[in-house]
Ligand binder design. Structure first.
Ligand SMILES: Cc1cc2nc3c(=O)[nH]c(=O)nc-3n(C[C@H](O)[C@H](O)[C@H](O)COP(=O)(O)O)c2cc1C
Length: 281
């Protein structure tokens, strides 16, 4: 992966945007987003597809806000490894969009019926029934390929929040755990190199559903391999697919190491019903 955007400043400036101007993404920017989506290269095999679609300016799809004209979906099979790869690749796209000043927000809970109307993708009409009370693709693993998550693409509409509200909102949304709290073995902290700490710092800043930050870091191979996974048995009462978030976090760690000049190897395997990423320098 070539350096297509400045890694740290892009990660630091991204926030989930939940209010959009009802204007389409400028043509030249849309072309660069499409080119990027077609040419993403990652050091592992995958079948993730990035699909663009148009939406009407109603709040049917996202329910809590109106859809801007342009949107994107990340499609894959629904086993834990495939959805985690959708997280990894989707986040590379989200960050590239951020570097072009395009606002985004990961949505795992969207109205499936409306998405199918706007972007027909299901292999059977029965699949609609599998969504969680109408939201998202299914509660657990399901047959075929699905839209794992979607995101609006557009321009942030500042709805004139008072300064205090804005500050509280930003800090609440960007609150993150410290690296030490995320280590399976906090005693290893002192032995970590500056470069590894730099990439873990980018990892901890990843977005996660309900800001749950369920990722935990561990090490193998004399601290040269970072493993990223959720704790065994982890469950969140509202978000059914935390392995997506784990892939998102893994992409930040990988980008951090690339930023520091490494060419890391990456693998992801299922272990105890979780996707476990291994990133080695
Ligand atoms: C996989 C995933 C799914 C998400 N689903 C939703 C969603 O359905 N609705 C929503 O409003 N935000 C959703 N979010 C956004 C998170 O709430 C947000 O990323 C988190 O609070 C951190 O805030 P930040 O993205 O501004 O850093 C999702 C995020 C991720 C990573």
């Amino acid at each position: 992966m070539n350096k297509l955007f400045p890694v740290k400043s892009t990660i630091d400036s991204r926030r989930s945007a939940r209010s959009y101007k009802m204007t389409p993404v400028a043509d030249d920017v849309m072309d660069s987003l499409k080119n990027f989506a077609e040419s993403i290269s990652v050091p592992f095999e995958h079948t993730v597809e990035i699909r663009f679609f148009k939406a009407d300016s109603t709040n049917v799809l996202y329910t809590t806000m109106k859809s801007p004209p342009d949107n994107v979906a990340f499609l894959a099979e629904t086993d834990v490894v495939s959805i985690s790869k959708a997280g990894f690749i989707g986040e590379l796209f989200i960050l590239f969009a951020q570097s072009k000043d395009i606002a985004t927000c990961w949505y795992g809970h969207y109205k499936l019926f409306e998405l199918e109307r706007l972007m027909p993708h299901l292999q059977s009409a029965d699949h609609i029934e599998e969504s969680n009370k109408g939201y998202g693709y299914a509660k657990g693993e399901a047959a075929g390929r699905r839209a794992i998550c979607i995101s609006p693409l557009g321009y942030y509409e500042d709805r004139g929040l008072r300064l205090m509200d804005r500050i509280t909102k930003t800090t609440a949304s960007f609150r993150r755990k410290e690296i030490k709290e995320l280590l399976e073995n906090p005693n290893e902290y002192g032995g970590l190199s500056e470069d590894i700490l730099y990439s873990l710092d980018l990892g901890r800043k990843a977005p996660s559903a309900a800001n749950a930050q369920m990722w935990r870091f561990a090490f193998e191979n004399n601290l040269k391999t970072i493993t990223i996974a959720m704790p065994v048995g982890y469950k969140h009462f509202k978000w059914e697919h935390p392995n997506v978030d784990i892939g998102i976090c893994a992409s930040h760690v990988w980008l951090g190491l690339i930023d520091k000049g490494y060419n890391p190897t990456v693998s992801v395997k299922e272990d105890s019903d979780r996707a476990v990423w291994r990133i080695s320098i």
